[in-house]
Structure formats: structure tokens, C-alpha cells
Design a binder for this molecule. Structure first.
Ligand code: SAH
Length: 467
């Protein structure tokens, strides 16, 4: 993992004074995750470059408990991007190896600390979860000139498409301390995966390093949310320090979540999808509704506003999602009359479940693509044969539209848990076949902006039981 910083303002080797590191020496430091080497590939009065090269030890990481199994890839502990990609380990190294420059101390030439230099930081392999747009959104408001080129997954196999990693160069005329502070905070934000657990101390750290720039940053919520490892409570705490109390109240948690729905966010697809589903719910007279695979309860929140509904059930296989849904819906704060209508329960769409039968309407929003294809048949019987709601509303991505998302590498799904994404023809064939098999009629429609060639980003099928 490599980071270089170049100063091209004469006398350029001022950089070495600020770093407290002699330009003619290679120095190495041990950390719990490997060795950090600091050296100067070039040093003259015109150009001076310092390199921080980290030799991450993947086995050492596991032994020191830095990295648990975070994906469903069993060998992830041993085979991962940490040795190559610039990540929170780099932030830790900056603090450890050139900490005095980060905190703005320079014994020999204190006047250099606040002196603007002509600086360029190069990060040859930088993970950018959220794509180039997010990267630019972080650095351009801070007046950096950003150059970024996306790296191929494997140059030998161009058909595999692009990776989430970029080769990035950031240039700005500013004091070194400012550049280091921005890198220190924003590298883990881009990587979106800190190697250590964060607690309240981390909020103080963010506020300390964010002083003078974070309050005004247009992406401050996203920065805080990711820096604090998606912990809403800590993010709220940080935000309450960063903005006026009124503004915090006005910024709902959904805003921070929406930051995560990066692929689709450019067209606010999420909101449009819920609107389309709510419309299809209201198009028929219904009193009872079940949201199958309700996730964090966003649709349930919209359903609560439909007065005619007397019973709203949200189900999901994930207990964690249901917990978040309960928290998000603030069930305990609802008036008793509304509270009584809502229920959340764990249930898998792979197994017949009496508790989901007899409903007027069932919604299955962005769920089928999370099911393994061979298990779709079980889902179809559970919903259409046994639960048999009068109306079933199904939405799923239209894979033809994926070419329109600039930040989605070719051939990739929109979400890493998706098992498939269907074209319009594939979805309509599937829908028509199950409608015929289980005695339903079906109508297909679009959600989101419609492109003449590739159609809309989301496709919807509304199935009505033919009684
Ligand atoms: N419908 C929600 C969430 C979509 S994400 C929304 O639009 O906001 C897909 C959801 O399907 C996840 O919450 C996941 O836990 C759930 N899911 C996946 N497999 C499932 C299964 N077999 N049974 C029930 N829910 C499942």
C-alpha cells in the first residue's frame, strides 16, 4: 500500500523539515499490522517527494484480531485487498510515523507549519466505495484538483470489467498539515471499512481533525456516518456538534442511509419505488397488508400513512433488519391506535408460513433478486400458492438499465448480495408463467425514468388473484 506526497514549491525540501525525517535515510517502523517504510524517491530544491510504503502482513492481521470474517467468502481472512489498497491502516501510519506534521509541529522551522506549499498526494490504489462522484464530492469542495482513473479488475481479462479501486492524484496549494488531516479523515471514509471498532472517542477525534473544514463541508453527514462506521448514535452525536440543533432535527437518518444507496441514488430511485408501490396498494380497496422482506421498514413507514389499512405486517429473515425497522419506525412512540396496526416478525420466504396467509395485499419489494435461482420455486409456492394474497406487488431491478449507472462496473450487480438481475423479458416471462400457474392475472410497469433503449431502472409486476 503506497502513498506519496510531492512538494514542487522551491525550496521543495522544506517538506523534510516538516516531516522531521531526513531525506537521505530510509526509515522503517513496526506496527501491529506490518512494517511501514518512509523514504524520499526524489529530493531537490525543485521537487521533493516522500513515500509511505506499508507492507501489511495479512496473517499478522488475523493473529492480532484486526480483521474478522466480514463477507460470505470463506477465505476472506487470508485473501483480501488490505495489503494493496490504501485504507484506515494508512491513517494510523500517518499518525504514527509523521504524527508531528499531522498535529502541526515543526521544531526546527516552526514558520513552515502554516506556509502553503504546492502539494500533490498520489494514491495508486484507493478504494472508492461510491465511485468517482463520491471521491470528487469529498475533495473538490476542499479545493483539491482531483485526477482519478478507475483500475481494471485484471488487465489481462478486460471482460471482467472495472474494480472499485482508483488511481488518484490530489493537488492543492496548502499547508502540509491540512493535506495530511484531510487524508487522515477521508481515506477511511472512501474505503468505508475501518479495521478497528469505533466508540465515542472516535467522535472527538473526528471533531478535532475536522476543525475548520468539516462544519462547512457539503458531505459532512456522509463523512461522519462512514467515519463512525455507520453507527447512527455516534453520527448523531457528531452532527449535533457540527451543525445547529434545528438542522440536526431536520436531517433524518434516512439521509445518511441514502448515502449508502449510491448506485441508484443519482435518480432517487428508492423514493420513486416506494411511491409506485404505495400507489399500487391504494389502487384497490384493502385493509390488510404484508410487506415480505421488509428490510429496515421504509415501506412500512409509508404504509402507516394509508388510513384504510387496519393491519400492517412486516416480515424479514434478518433479525438485525427487523431491529433496525423497529427503531426507525419508533413503534413505541406511536399513538396506541396506530401502534396496534403494525407488527414485525421473522419469517423466511423459503418456508410455508400460516401467519402470512389471508392478506389483501402482499408487497415483495427488491427481494426476489436476493434469492438463489434454484430456490425461487419455493418462494413462488409460499407466496402464490399458500399465502395467496388478493394482490401481490413485486419489484426487481431491470438489468438492461445498469449501463446507465456511471458508477457501476460493467457486468456487476447493483448490490453485492444480488443473486441475479433480470432483463425486462426475463422478468415478464417469469411473471407470466407464475400468474398462469397460480391463477393470477399480471400487469407489468416501469419505475423511474424510462430510457428508449434500456427501459426503466426498476420493473414492477402487479398480480391479481382471479376469483
Ligand atoms: N423490501 C425492503 C428491503 C429490500 S432488501 C426495501 O425495499 O426497502 C432485501 C430484503 O430481503 C433484506 O432485508 C433481506 O433480509 C430479505 N430477505 C432475503 N432473503 C429472504 C428470505 N428468504 N426470506 C425473507 N426475507 C429475505
Amino acid at each position: 500500500m503506497l502513498l506519496t506526497i510531492t512538494n514542487s514549491q522551491t525550496p521543495a525540501n522544506d517538506l523534510s523539515y516538516l516531516l522531521h525525517k531526513h531525506p537521505n535515510r530510509l526509515q522503517s517502523f513496526s506496527t501491529s499490522f506490518g512494517q511501514v517504510h518512509l523514504f524520499y524517491p526524489e529530493s531537490s530544491s525543485e521537487v521533493c517527494t516522500v513515500a509511505l510504503l506499508m507492507d501489511v502482513d495479512p496473517i499478522g492481521l488475523i493473529r492480532s484480531g484486526h480483521r474478522g470474517i466480514s463477507s460470505n467468502f470463506a477465505l476472506e481472512q487470508y485473501v483480501n485487498d488490505r495489503p494493496y489498497a490504501v485504507s484506515s491502516f494508512m491513517s494510523v501510519s500517518i499518525a504514527k510515523v509523521i504524527g508531528s506534521a499531522l498535529s502541526g509541529k515543526c521544531k526546527d522551522k516552526p514558520e513552515l507549519v502554516s506556509k502553503p506549499l504546492q502539494l500533490t498526494a498520489k494514491l495508486p490504489v484507493l478504494p472508492c466505495r461510491g465511485g468517482e462522484g463520491f471521491l470528487r464530492g469529498l475533495f473538490e469542495p476542499l479545493e483539491y484538483q482531483v485526477e482519478a482513473s478507475r483500475l481494471a479488475l485484471d488487465e489481462k481479462f478486460p471482460e471482467w470489467g472495472q474494480s472499485n479501486y482508483f488511481s488518484v492524484s490530489l493537488s492543492r496549494h496548502c499547508p502540509l498539515q491540512e493535506l495530511l488531516t484531510h487524508l487522515y479523515v477521508l481515506i477511511p471514509v472512501l474505503d468505508n471499512d475501518k479495521h478497528y471498532w469505533v466508540s465515542e472517542d472516535e467522535v472527538q477525534k473526528l471533531l478535532r481533525h475536522g476543525e475548520g473544514w468539516l462544519e462547512e463541508h457539503p458531505q459532512k453527514e456522509a463523512i461522519a456516518f462512514r467515519y463512525l462506521k455507520h453507527q447512527r448514535r455516534l453520527t448523531k452525536l457528531a452532527m449535533s456538534e457540527l451543525v445547529d440543533a434545528d438542522e440536526v432535527e431536520a436531517a433524518p437518518l434516512e439521509v445518511w442511509d441514502a448515502q449508502e444507496e449510491e448506485v441508484e441514488k443519482s435518480i432517487s430511485l428508492n423514493e420513486r419505488r416506494y411511491e409506485a408501490v404505495l400507489e399500487a396498494v391504494q389502487a384497490v380497496a384493502s385493509q390488510t397488508i404484508v410487506d415480505l422482506g421488509c428490510g429496515e421498514g421504509k415501506l412500512v413507514k409509508g404504509l402507516l400513512k394509508i388510513k384504510s389499512l387496519e393491519k400492517i405486517l412486516g416480515t424479514d429473515v434478518s433479525i438485525r433488519s427487523l431491529e433496525i425497522a423497529a427503531e426507525r419506525l419508533r413503534l413505541d412512540d406511536l399513538p396506541e391506535r396506530v401502534r396496534r396496526k403494525v407488527e414485525l416478525m421473522q419469517s423466511s420466504l423459503m418456508y410455508r408460513d400460516k401467519r402470512i396467509s389471508g392478506f389483501d395485499v402482499a408487497c415483495v419489494v427488491e427481494v426476489i433478486e436476493h434469492l438463489d435461482v434454484p430456490r425461487l420455486a419455493a418462494f413462488e409456492r409460499v407466496v402464490f400458492e399458500f399465502a395467496q394474497p388478493k394482490r401481490v406487488i413485486v419489484t426487481t431491478p431491470n438489468s438492461e438499465y445498469n449501463v446507465k449507472f456511471a458508477n457501476l462496473p460493467a457486468g456487476k450487480f447493483r448490490h453485492k448480495d444480488h443473486r441475479f438481475e433480470w432483463t425486462r423479458k426475463e422478468f415478464q416471462n417469469w411473471g407470466s408463467e407464475i400468474a398462469a400457474r397460480y391463477n393470477y392475472s399480471v400487469e407489468f410497469s416501469t419505475v423511474g425514468p424510462v430510457d428508449k433503449v434500456v427501459g426503466s431502472p426498476t420493473q414492477m409486476g402487479v398480480f391479481d388473484h382471479e376469483d
